[in-house]
Design a protein around this ligand. Sequence first.
Ligand code: PEP
Ligand code: MN
Length: 267
Amino acid sequence: LANRAFHPEDSIIDVSGVKIGGEHLGLIAGPCSVESYEQVLEIAQKAKTSGANLLRGGAFKPRTSPYAFQGLGLEGLDILCAVREEVGLPIVTELMSSKYLDVFNEKVDLIQIGARNMQNFDLLKELGQVDRPILLKRGLNATYEEWIMSAEYIMASGNENVILCERGIRTFETFTRNTLDLQCIPVLRSKTHLPIIIDPSHAGGKWWLVEPMAKAAVAAGADGLMIEVHNNPEAALCDGAQSLKPEKYDVLLQQVRQIAEVVGKKF
Ligand code: PEP
Ligand code: MN
């Protein structure tokens, strides 16, 4: 179902009215974690003014340490919904457990499956039952084939609205958090019709790597960007080091707009 051979034209996924794929760039921005209503509201308003068309924010966080901030959970989800109401951006947030499938199906515009759950096959099968599109992040060490097969699991279960998201893979390099694989864009383009979004934030792990990699991704034909934006990165509860301040995000999107024009995309 994901195979380009049986579906030659690019898929365009509709996320509550925002199109991603073909000529449409999906620009997802927001904090790593939802921390408070005021925090998300300020970031969302500024990011929208810059041109973002989707709001991200983690309510349930997959943290390496059980002692690290785990997210606000359902309270965080309600904050996202309240900000969506106020600002008018559809929301993207990560689902970790099928126990929240119904509430996510009701409230979340684009359901994110994180890198660590890319091969949680039971969870993937359950996503066939939801009406919402799915943002499937690449596993930490997943090959293209494995990643596409995970999309296939969701599609074969009944939900064909899948967007792929590259977020860097594990390599021997330790300077960067992960290694961003931009080759995935032309490779996946040849193998699948599904849209491909690039997340330079989790790839590099450093805010100053975000701008050059985001621009390279759009130049290489990506269908969108997922970028962590925080109004006070130094005090962020999660991933502050890789988060852009709204002012920096604004400058980046001005440059992205010019590159998008050259490659025939718009937002
Ligand atoms: C995230 O986007 O918040 C996240 C946890 O990313 P990943 O699953 O790619 O590590
Ligand atoms: Mn993060």
